[in-house]
Design a protein around this ligand. Structure first.
Ligand code: SIN
Length: 186
């Protein structure tokens, strides 16, 4: 919780689709980071970017000593906090749970915040895989929210726009472009 003008607010931290498609009513948006976590395409998606029998791959946060993950924090007013979390709980229902974290804003300052993380013991967790396998899965998966390819592209471009470096995401996006351009000339 943070205090602004005497009103108590809650900050929600997004590191995946919440960056480019927040879908929540917020009062302020800031680039922020969390320490001790790294973004990985290790979570299965059965309900957004894949289907139960053909899951896609989306991001979660994985604990890593010394790592930081940059994303976007949204300040939600007290009056809308309950409805916001009900909506996000539904959206992130496929294995994600709320965690309390300390946010560090890029332009200075800190605050407590809430982030949705899909932990290793959730039913949809996929974990690491060789890059080629991840690319193949992302290339073919699609679900009610669109293609898995679109998710990766949107995430890559949102991170670049915000000048957030993420070698894992950028490497997957680069390898995906490479494999598609190779497929196009065959
Ligand atoms: C998030 O964006 O913070 C959670 C993961 C996702 O929905 O992509």
């Amino acid at each position: 919780m943070s205090k602004t003008s005497g009103v108590r607010n809650v900050w929600v931290f997004g590191y995946g689709s919440l960056i480019w498609r927040p879908g929540i009513a917020y009062q302020e948006r800031r680039v922020a980071r969390v320490r001790g976590w790294t973004r990985r395409f290790w979570q299965g998606s059965h309900d957004h970017r894949g289907l139960p029998h053909a899951p896609g791959r989306v991001v979660t946060l994985v604990p890593e000593t010394g790592a930081t993950c940059e994303g976007v924090a949204y300040r939600v007013g007290k009056a809308l906090a309950k409805a916001t979390f009900e909506g996000l709980d539904h959206r992130e229902k496929n294995g994600y749970r709320r965690h309390s974290v300390q946010l560090e804003f890029r332009l200075g300052g800190t605050s407590a915040g809430i982030v949705y993380i899909a932990p290793v013991d959730n039913h949809a967790f996929l974990g690491p895989a060789p890059v080629d396998e991840m690319i193949a899965q992302i290339s073919r998966a699609a679900g009610p929210s669109g293609t898995n390819l679109d998710y990766l592209r949107q995430l890559e471009s949102a991170l670049r726009r915000l000048e957030i470096d993420d070698p894992h995401v950028f490497e997957l996006a680069r390898r995906l472009r490479q494999s598609r351009s190779q497929a196009a000339v065959r």
